[in-house]
Each structure stands twice: as structure tokens, then as C-alpha cells.
Write a protein that binds this ligand. Structure first.
Ligand code: THU
Length: 127
């Protein structure tokens, strides 16, 4: 899979961001093991704690369509260079990591960074 394509889908998804409170838009695109791609954006709420991040939005869409393993997640924010996943999203990615380590793609200064989930979350928790 061309990660530039995955990043472009994350960029498109960031345009759907509902972020009137933070004004910080995020989009994510998830490549699942089936080969299908799922996108998401952050969706905020007046009750702030109910906000969901773009990454979890996309991953939960994938899981709700039957996916159980994700391979790669591209993340983009028009408001930040090298927009990285929060701790909660890292743990959710870990849950749906299979034999292949999840790759996380971010963009800085128009270049793609490709990093492994273990760099973000060493010693992840699983039951
Ligand atoms: N946000 C994401 O969507 N993904 C991240 O990894 C970090 C934060 C969202 C949540 C909130 O709507 C806004 O960015 C500011 O925190």
C-alpha cells in the first residue's frame, strides 16, 4: 500500500472534523488486514470528555465492519506538523495489532514519517 495515498485519505477525512471547541482538526485513515481502508475524524462534544479522536473513530469503524487486525494508521492535522496519536489511541491500536506491527504514518514538512507502534507504546497492555 502506498502510504502517500493513505495520508491523502487522512487529509480528506480531516475536512470532516467536528472540532468547534478546540479548533484542532484531525483526520485518520486505517489500513486493515483485509486491504480495506477506513477513515475517521475527531468528533467533539459540549460535554468535553465525550470527544472521540480521529484514530479511534476510524479504528472503531473498521472493527464494527468486522475487521480485527489493523496494519497501518495515517494521521493528519492541518493545525500541527507531525500530528501523533494520543495515549488512549495508542492503546486501542495495540488491541487490534496482529502478527504485523502496526505502522503509524505522520507528515512533517511534507515528508512522511513511518514509525512502529512499539516506538509509541512499548510494553503495551493486553489481557
Ligand atoms: N485529537 C485527535 O483526534 N487525535 C489525537 O491523536 C490527538 C487529539 C483530537 C481530540 C480533540 O478533538 C482535539 O484533537 C484536540 O485535542
Amino acid at each position: 500500500m502506498d502510504y502517500h495515498e493513505l495520508m491523502n485519505l487522512a487529509k480528506d477525512a480531516s475536512k470532516q472534523s467536528y472540532s468547534p471547541f478546540s479548533r484542532f482538526a484531525v483526520g485518520a485513515a486505517v489500513l486493515a488486514k483485509s486491504g480495506k481502508i477506513y477513515t475517521g475524524c475527531n468528533v467533539e462534544n459540549s460535554s468535553f470528555g465525550m470527544t472521540i479522536c480521529a484514530e479511534r473513530c476510524a479504528i472503531f469503524k473498521a472493527v464494527s465492519e468486522g475487521e480485527r487486525e489493523i496494519l497501518a494508521v495515517a494521521i493528519y492535522s492541518p493545525n500541527s506538523d507531525d500530528c501523533n496519536p494520543c495515549g488512549a489511541c495508542r492503546q486501542v491500536m495495540y488491541e487490534f495489532q496482529g502478527d504485523n506491527e502496526v505502522e503509524i504514518i505522520t507528515e512533517s514538512l511534507s515528508n512522511l514519517n513511518i514509525r512502529k507502534l512499539s516506538e509509541y507504546l512499548p510494553y503495551g497492555f493486553k489481557i
